[in-house]
Design a protein around this ligand. Structure first.
Ligand code: AHG
Ligand code: MN
Ligand code: MN
Length: 350
């Protein structure tokens, strides 16, 4: 079964040797849609701004013990917010009053996040994981933010849960921010995947990685192999295949950070596969750990736009109709050949 349903990527104008800010780039892309109102462009700007504000906070996270750690009081006697909650609030506050969104949803909220009654609503829906890989904050390892934007499905009034539960295949734009050795924003509006690096001294994102394509020759596989004993036979044998144990393929190196954004980003640039399969260690994780709506679907969209693929092991992620906001699904994402191979092993052995 083909797992990459992406249409061909339109030719990108040449940015070689040019200094291009993210603002200029988004505006250039908008021009290929004569009917565009600019609302989507503005949502993307607001996400850039949120990224800069969150980045300025994450780089100071190590000072929490000195200035006051999360949930405790800082030296001024103020309660310090957890970074996930801070990131969640920043994204919400930048988007609640603009009249561009009908509704939002975030990993940090059990239900949908309505637009406050005193603000107007608009045609789009924003879903986000404000801080991904947050267990890595205290050990100074890369973390991220993930987002997906859809058109609303309901026709009037405030947005509803139905607007938030759409197939990944209907994503209008998706991306992530990685807070690493530099802060990068990587996004796609369905015209390829483009990466921008923040110059923190002037607070501007510059185009650094135009038209990212996953390299044909993969280097890495990324999985929490500590849970191998809980995997199905198909997933175990697939992993052995990635390790080259059956001598039909060259062994790949293992890299696993434990932040989806950072693991995905590395594999996007170097080639490889990330997977978080279903496992039997915890009844609640019989479907894997990662959440469909704000983790798997946006990453699947980016992977396909970069020439790769994403599957649950049996189905294309972008074809899944979500049934709940925090629904979890198994995921295999990266080079198309590696994702198809996972499907083969799972079909044959599970
Ligand atoms: P979050 O911090 O948003 O809850 O996401 C954590 C996720 C993801 O980033 C990562 O790939 C995965 O959890 C790691 O899980 P394990 O520790 O089980 O490997
Ligand atoms: Mn996450
Ligand atoms: Mn999170």
């Amino acid at each position: 079964m083909a797992v990459n349903g992406a249409s061909t990527v339109p030719t990108l104008r040449s940015y070689a040797g040019k200094i291009v800010t993210i603002e200029r780039f988004i505006l250039d892309q908008q021009q290929s849609y004569p009917d565009a109102t600019g609302a989507l462009t503005s949502i993307l700007y607001d996400i850039c701004l949120a990224a800069k504000i969150i980045a300025s906070k994450t780089t100071r996270a190590g000072l929490a013990d000195i200035l006051g750690s999360a949930g405790k009081e800082n030296v001024q006697g103020e309660t310090v917010q957890k970074l996930d909650e801070y990131a969640d609030q920043i994204i919400f506050k930048l988007n609640d009053h603009t009249g561009r969104l009908a509704v939002m949803a975030s990993e940090e909220h059990e239900g949908i996040i309505p637009i406050p009654a005193h603000f107007p609503v608009g045609p789009y829906v924003l879903l986000y994981d404000p801080l991904d890989g947050s267990s890595n904050i205290d050990v100074n390892v890369s973390i991220g933010t993930i987002f997906a934007i859809y058109r609303r499905k309901t026709v009037e009034g405030r947005g509803t849960l139905e607007d938030c539960l759409q197939k990944g295949g209907d994503i209008v734009a998706a991306g992530y921010v990685i807070y690493g050795s530099s802060t990068m924003l990587v996004y796609s509006t369905g015209q390829g995947v483009h990466g921008f690096t923040l110059d923190p001294t002037i607070g501007e994102f510059f185009l650094s990685h135009p038209n990212i394509r996953i390299p044909d020759k993969p280097k890495f596989y990324s999985v929490n192999q500590g849970y191998e004993q809980f995997w199905s036979e198909g997933v175990k044998r697939y992993t052995e295949w990635l390790q080259g144990k059956d001598k039909t393929a060259k062994p790949l190196s293992l890299r696993y950070i434990g932040s989806l954004v950072a693991d995905f980003h590395r594999n996007l640039l170097t080639g490889g596969v990330y997977y978080y399969p279903a496992d039997s260690k915890d009844p609640d994780q019989s479907t894997g750990k990662l959440r469909l709506v704000y983790e798997c679907a946006p990453m699947a969209f980016l992977a396909e736009q970069a020439g790769g693929a994403a599957s649950t092991g049996t189905e294309r992620i972008l074809d899944l109709q979500p049934s709940a906001l925090h629904q979890r699904v198994p995921i295999f994402v990266g080079n198309t050949g590696l994702v198809e191979k996972a499907q083969e092993f799972i079909k044959e052995l599970d």
